[in-house]
Write a protein of this length. Structure first.
Length: 299
């Protein structure tokens, strides 16, 4: 059975493109840019071709083309014009749109072709910061608004994970330990969102640091085992959904008592759940960061 999403409400289009539903309706009526279809029960919807066209129209509009001008361009000429502009400038926005199309169609070839095109202009570091991070932010919002399914998210993140692993392996082959510090990267129990942590691992390895990646859902008590092997440890963790708001302060207090207090050890933390923490009163040795870049800058 083909389960590719091919029917979109106007709210879906708003979430996917960032164009307000009111604006879409105006473009539809005034310029005949889109032609919504109707179900057997007379409910309006847009097909995949309409979604792709709207992405292209939005891209041209953001690059200085007036809607009245776009409406006069032959429909089959619009994608070529978008590719022409993307080749000259604003590659990031075009790539993000292509990755979203890849995700919605479960289209691996489009993902790989888009990524390989980016590699001609950027290195992996730039691609992750300039394209993958904004893309992941958008994907998170789309998932929260039910515009995409968990299957879409897993499809895309598995491909991103693949690219991080490949580039980390390349960096490890050239690794030179430049410090007595050992970074131990882990996620707390029941936390599974590891892409950000994986990229931090890549960045640390690329800079020649000793980095041990433990992955997701690691019990706090098992981290103590590493202190039998390394004298100066910096634990790094990403709190996206865990520990929960009611538990996070106790978690940090317990971590400090078990692993940080009176030792040559630190904990560096990032993630959405830090919004539930009083960052000005953290135990000594526990350091919060607002972004991956700010953490890497401290290294």
């Amino acid at each position: 059975m083909n389960n590719i999403k091919n029917q979109f409400s106007i709210k879906d289009l708003e979430n996917l493109t960032g164009i307000k539903a009111h604006t879409i309706r105006i473009w539809e009526k005034r310029y005949n840019l889109l032609e919504p279809k109707r179900t057997d029960t007379n409910i309006r919807y847009y097909d995949l071709a309409s979604f792709q066209k709207l992405l292209n129209v939005s891209y041209l509009n953001n690059n200085g083309y007036k809607i009245s001008k776009i409406a006069t361009i032959q429909e089959d000429k619009i994608p070529a014009l978008v590719r022409e502009i993307a080749a000259e400038s604003n590659l990031e926005s075009h790539a993000i749109n292509a990755f979203k199309l890849s995700m919605l169609n479960f289209d691996q070839s489009l993902f790989y072709n888009t990524y390989n095109t980016l590699l001609k202009e950027k290195d992996f570091h730039e691609i992750f910061y300039e394209i993958f991070i904004p893309l992941l932010t958008e994907i998170g919002l789309l998932w929260q608004t039910d515009t995409i399914s968990p299957a879409h998210e897993h499809f895309l993140t598995s491909l991103l994970r693949q690219k991080i692993l490949i580039n980390t392996e390349k960096a490890q082959s050239k690794q030179v330990n430049k410090s007595t510090k050992t970074f131990v990267l882990y996620l707390p129990e029941n936390e599974i969102h590891e892409l950000g942590l994986m990229f931090i691992n890549h960045q640390l390895v690329s800079r020649g640091y000793q980095s041990i990646f433990l992955g997701f859902s690691v019990p706090m008590e098992s981290l103590k085992d590493l202190q039998d092997y390394y004298d100066e440890i910096i634990y790094v963790s990403y709190f996206t959904v865990k520990p929960e708001k009611a538990d996070i302060n106790d978690y940090l207090k317990n971590f400090n008592e078990l692993l940080v207090k009176d030792g040559n050890t630190q904990l560096w933390i990032l993630g959405h759940m830090l919004n539930s923490v009083d960052l000005d009163n953290l135990p000594k040795g526990i350091f919060p960061f607002k972004s991956i870049q700010s953490l890497i800058d401290k290294v």
